[in-house]
Every structure is written in structure tokens, then in C-alpha cells.
Design a protein around this ligand. Structure first.
Ligand code: C2E
Ligand code: CA
Ligand code: CA
Length: 289
């Protein structure tokens, strides 16, 4: 019997979300990978370091956005395990740069600049209470011969301010050991001047929502300018992320921003793609004088 036309299909629920069990399985298999996004000096051409970002290629759903699986890991109690796996991969890679055996060994870079590069790592507010995690991290850095000054922990403004008293304790300890601390997504939360001065940060990262709209929005430019002024008056470095074109980079240079990150400079990349990126970046820098 011919099938009757049943009319247009009702819209489906869309692709399903990954489950906590699947994330657990991915962590157990070591299937959470990492990519690195370069961070460069706003003025001049120097490479400053890299930010490590987690990636999950789900066997059935494809690439899962970090915003989705980080939130899942946080709510499901897997964030510390995820952070440890990200750290393990990133620290091994980063320490390899020092020994010039890593992926960048083939790229002509002065040995001194390799030793000054920093590695930025995103830390969830939920991990701040986990002293054991930071102790293991410290021992790992020692074993790999990495100076703590070369590691920058990025905390979002909202998460650092969730419990400023608890944050102050652990952040001060980390800072005293020499690790650097960055306030990520700055401008989106509501930190008071007093909280900002008390928390021992070394960097402010202007949220990309302001940077990406800087060329169209007077308000975004006002926020960027005041974050740069505030950061500098507190003796902090200011990084802008989300730079997608030359005009925005030029604007940030003129505004006195210190460091730059964004697709225009370099997308987050797998380790294997970094030597080619550095080679091209250096060639371009030489061309532009
Ligand atoms: P984030 O720390 O603010 O990282 C910057 C995000 O902006 C990254 O998204 C990066 O790919 C993206 N981005 C960089 N430059 C540009 C640009 O020019 N234009 C645009 N449109 N986007 C740009 P991603 O990788 O999707 O990560 C999203 C967020 O997930 C991160 O935001 C961070 O909060 C979180 N995350 C990623 N990896 C980790 C991790 O290992 N641990 C924790 N706790 N959070 C992580
Ligand atoms: Ca970040
Ligand atoms: Ca950010």
C-alpha cells in the first residue's frame, strides 16, 4: 500500500547533547585533546606565549564546544580530572620547547625567546579549592624544569569573584610560588575596584565581546580604553583577545594594549601546525619591518 503523505515533519529536538557518562568515558580513554593559540606583543613582533584550550571530538556528535563540555565537567564533578589531563599534555609539550626537542625545534628562534614564552591555562573556579591539584602541578613543573613564572592561570572574572575570600587565599599562595594569574573575560563581571586591587593578579584579559565590536561600537572602545588604563595603573599587563582584523589590532596598539590574541594573529592550533605558523609569522614580521 502506498504510504500516505503525513505533511511536513515536526521540527526535531536537534542534535542531542553529550552526556556526563560519555565525557567520563572520553576522559578515561584520554580522548580530550588540546590546541594552542598564540599570544603576541601588540607592539613589535615578539611571540609572547600560548593559551591551551581543550578539545573533544565526540565519536558520534563531532566536535563539542568547550563551553558545553566544560560546563558538563563542572556540574558533573569531572572538572579536576579534565584540568589535570589538559595540564599533563600542555606541560609536556611546553617543557619540550625548552629542551628544543619539541615541535618548534625545527623553527629558527633565538634560544632566549623560547625560554621566555608563557603558557596560559584556564582554571575553573571549582578547582580553586583543590589544593592537591596545585601541589601536584607544582611538583610536575619542578620535575620538568619549568619556572612557575612561565605559567599563567586564567580565571574568569565572574568565577574569581564568586567567593573572593576563598579565592584570595589560594590565589595568594599560587602567586607567592611565582605562578602568574590572569583575570579572563574582564569587563563582563562586576568586580569592584577593591576586590581587584586585593586579588593578586598579574594580567587582565579584555573580554572578546568588546574587542570584536571595537570598530563599530563607541561603548566597546570606551570599555577597552578604561580596562587598559585600570590595568596599567595597577601595574598589570593587559591582553586583548578576539582580534579578527588588522584595524582592530592597530587600534589596540595605539591604545597601549600590551598583548594580542585572536584569529587575525593565529587560530587555536594542534601542536603539529605551530612550526608552520611561527615560520609564517616571523616571515611576515620581517616583511613589515
Ligand atoms: P576563553 O578562555 O575566553 O578562550 C577564548 C575563546 O575564544 C576560545 O574559544 C578561542 O577559540 C576563541 N577565540 C580566540 N580568538 C578568537 C577570535 O579572534 N574570534 C572569535 N570569535 N573567537 C576567538 P573555545 O576554544 O571555544 O573555548 C571557549 C571557552 O571554554 C574558553 O574561553 C574557556 O573559558 C573554556 N575552556 C577551554 N578550554 C578549557 C580548559 O582546558 N579548562 C577550562 N576550565 N576551561 C576551558
Ligand atoms: Ca582564557
Ligand atoms: Ca576570555
Amino acid at each position: 500500500m502506498p504510504r500516505l503523505y503525513a505533511g511536513p515533519r515536526a521540527p526535531g529536538p536537534g542534535p542531542r547533547q553529550p552526556t556526563l557518562k560519555e565525557l567520563h568515558h572520553a576522559l578515561a580513554k584520554g580522548a580530550i585533546g588540546v590546541v594552542y593559540q598564540p599570544k603576541v606583543a601588540c607592539r613589535g613582533t615578539e611571540l609572547a606565549g600560548f593559551e591551551v584550550l581543550a578539545r573533544w571530538q565526540h565519536p558520534e556528535l563531532g566536535a563539542i564546544a568547550p563551553d558545553v563540555f566544560i560546563a558538563l565537567a563542572e556540574s558533573g564533578g569531572l572538572i579536576d580530572e579534565l584540568t589535570e589531563q589538559v595540564l599533563e599534555q600542555a606541560l609536556n609539550w611546553f617543557a619540550g620547547l625548552n629542551r628544543a626537542k619539541g615541535a618548534l625545534a625545527a623553527v629558527p628562534m633565538p634560544a632566549c625567546s623560547l625560554k621566555q614564552l608563557t603558557l596560559s591555562i584556564n582554571i575553573s573556579a571549582r578547582s580553586l579549592g583543590n589544593l592537591a591539584l596545585f601541589e601536584r602541578l607544582e611538583r610536575r613543573c619542578e620535575a620538568l624544569g619549568l619556572a612557575p613564572e612561565r605559567l599563567i592561570f586564567e580565571l574568569t572574572e565572574t568565577s574569581a569573584m564568586e567567593d573572593p575570600v576563598a579565592s584570595l587565599d589560594i590565589l595568594t599562595r599560587l602567586r607567592m610560588k611565582g605562578f602568574q594569574l590572569s583575570l579572563d573575560d574582564f569587563g563582563t563581571g562586576f568586580s569592584s575596584m577593591l576586590q581587584l586591587v586585593r586579588l593578586p593578579f598579574s594580567e587582565l584579559k579584555v573580554d572578546k565581546s568588546f574587542v570584536m565590536t571595537a570598530m563599530q561600537s563607541q561603548e566597546s572602545r570606551a570599555v577597552i580604553k578604561s580596562v587598559i588604563e585600570l590595568g596599567h595603573s595597577l601595574g598589570l599587563q593587559v591582553t586583548a583577545e578576539g582580534i579578527e582584523d588588522r584595524k582592530t589590532l592597530d587600534y589596540l596598539r595605539q591604545s597601549g594594549c600590551d598583548l594580542a590574541q585572536g584569529y587575525f594573529i593565529g587560530r587555536p592550533m594542534a601542536e603539529a601546525a605551530l612550526p608552520a605558523w611561527i615560520h609564517d609569522y616571523q616571515a611576515q614580521a620581517r616583511e613589515n619591518g
